[in-house]
Design a protein around this ligand. Structure first.
Ligand code: TYD
Length: 133
């Protein structure tokens, strides 16, 4: 179900002094945010992710710079390029993901529906394929 992931446009409140974008629980994000983390200082050419989550839902935002998020459901793959702070990728559970093509200085902000739980991860791709069956 790669099609369950979708790009959300977050409103921009702005004038000549710049912009503000706001994310609220159950509004711009269709869940309660329990955790926020961010990836930064990613060296050029590196790839993050390479796992799936059983329950976790996320909103992924390129607050600075750009990167690509590759979503896979075991059958199809889809690439979303994030390059604006007012675009968020709503990422549902049960999908494989990779993040690559980080620009220099990129910051990947992730709003997550649950606290960190290693048991929610599927880190082995073959295990993911059998989980999807
Ligand atoms: P991981 O989710 O594998 O990173 P990515 O998907 O960006 O490649 O996490 C990397 C490491 O950080 C791993 O050892 C687990 C740890 N971690 C936490 O302790 N808490 C968290 O909330 C997250 C997201 C990761």
């Amino acid at each position: 179900k790669t099609n369950d992931c979708k790009l959300i446009t977050i409103d921009q409140i702005g004038d000549r002094r710049g912009h503000i974008s706001v994310v609220e629980n159950n509004k711009e994000v269709p869940f309660e945010v329990k955790r926020i983390y961010y990836l930064y200082d990613v060296p050029s050419g590196e790839e993050r992710g390479g796992h799936a989550h059983k329950d976790l839902k996320q909103l992924i935002i390129a607050v600075c710079g750009s990167f690509d998020v590759i979503v896979g459901d075991g059958e199809t793959e889809k690439t979303f390029s994030l390059n604006r702070p007012n675009k968020g990728l709503y990422f549902t559970s049960g999908l494989w993901r990779k993040i690559n093509n980080f620009s220099s200085g990129a910051i990947c902000l992730v709003l997550a529906s649950h606290k960190y739980d290693e048991k929610d991860y599927i880190r082995n791709y073959n295990e993911f394929l059998s989980y999807k069956k």
